[in-house]
Structure formats: C-alpha cells, structure tokens
Design a protein around this ligand. Sequence first.
Ligand SMILES: Nc1nc2c(ncn2[C@@H]2O[C@H](COP(=O)(O)OP(=O)(O)OP(=O)(O)O)[C@@H](O)[C@H]2O)c(=O)[nH]1
Ligand SMILES: [Mg+2]
Length: 215
Amino acid sequence: MAARGAQRPNGHSQPSKICQFKLVLLGESAVGKSSLVLRFVKGQFHEYQESTIGAAFLTQSVCLDDTTVKFEIWDTAGQERYHSLAPMYYRGAQAAIVVYDITNQETFGRARGWVKELQRQASPSIVIALAGNKADLASKRMVEYEEAQAYADDNSLLFMETSAKTAMNVNDLFLAIAKKLPRTEPPSSAGAGGRGRGVDLSQESPRGRGQCCGN
Ligand SMILES: Nc1nc2c(ncn2[C@@H]2O[C@H](COP(=O)(O)OP(=O)(O)OP(=O)(O)O)[C@@H](O)[C@H]2O)c(=O)[nH]1
Ligand SMILES: [Mg+2]
C-alpha cells in the first residue's frame, strides 16, 4: 500500500489522500542521478555507483499535510547512446529533475539542453527542478551557484544544490517538487484507479495529470 514507508517530516496525523506522480531524472552520465534516487529512496550512498543501463524504476512517498505524495521515479541513463530513449520516460511525467555536477561546466550545458527539450516536448504543466549535485565537492566547483540560480529563475525552475553523498537538500528537493504539484482531486478520477493502482504506465493519460484520490 502506498502510504507504507511514507516519510512524515511534519506528520502527526494519518494522511487521508494519496496522489501519485511520475517523475523522471535526466542529465549527463555520472552527475549522480542514481545516487540522488538511492539517497532519497533508501538513504544510502555508494562511492562506486554503477552507470545505469536503459533506466531504473523506483518509488518513494512523502507526506504533505493530509496527503501522501507517491513518486514513481524513472532514473534514466545519461550515456549519450541512451538519449533516444528519454522521451519514453519523460512523456506523461508530471515532474522532472535535471541534474548537473557543480564540478563540471559541461554537465551544466547538457542540463540546459535537457530543460529546453522538456520545455518543447514534455507536458506543458511539467514541474522541472534543476539540481546542482556533488555540492560536497565545493573546492572543485566550476559552476557558480548564482549562475545556475539566475538560469533557473529565467526558466521558472526549482533550483537546489544537492549532495547525494552527504544527503544535503535531497529530501528537500523532492518535498519542494511535491509542494508544486497539483494535489487537488481531479473530478473524474476520484475512486477507481487511485490507491493501490499498479504502475502500468499504459493506463496513464497521454498528458499524464497527477492521480489523486480521497479516502
Ligand atoms: N562526491 C560526490 N560524489 C557523488 C555524488 N553523487 C554521486 N556521486 C558519485 O558520482 C559517480 C556517478 O554517480 P551516479 O549516481 O552513477 O551517476 P548517474 O548520473 O546515475 O550516471 P549514469 O547512470 O551513467 O547516467 C559515482 O561514483 C557516485 O558515487 C555526490 O553528491 N558527491
Ligand atoms: Mg545512473
């Protein structure tokens, strides 16, 4: 059941509503996409994280007020040869995290390319977050915080510097995304297909609005 394992940063009361959203991670290889997901979902970090092949799927929930927000997370492979697969994962996604490595300027350029592609091809209502990862390596910094913040402001993106290694801002980033996603109940989707629904993406509407259902 989706509510199990949910984080309750503020939580006293049992959430009464469950919303699930498809979220995709994009970015150059080795920027730390899988590491961010591993930190968020399992609270772990691997110094020698293997490069992703194709994509990986994980889920994690966070609680916001009276709502459990369940993320269906697609962690894509950053290697160039997998680029053509990306639309399969961002199509119908309600949220995206575009990741770069603050120690590598090239990865910031690549992140801007992903943002442009999402703005053109993904759902118009997609919530896009920019994550400047490896913030623990500040002594090797090549991308200034202010430069990325200005870019994010210009493009209406959420922006945080993160560290999958130290856990800095990892939960906060997902929470900030959850807060920006629509948690109102769409009139037609109440009841069926919400709580306990499988992850059969073929059942999602092409424009992929978030699924919310009351208790
Ligand atoms: N210092 C530091 N290292 C990190 C951080 N995040 C990831 N790494 C390291 O960076 C390397 C690449 O991390 P991955 O998570 O595999 O990167 P990825 O973006 O998923 O790469 P692909 O799957 O090839 O697209 C690994 O050796 C991680 O241990 C971080 O926040 N700080
Ligand atoms: Mg990976």
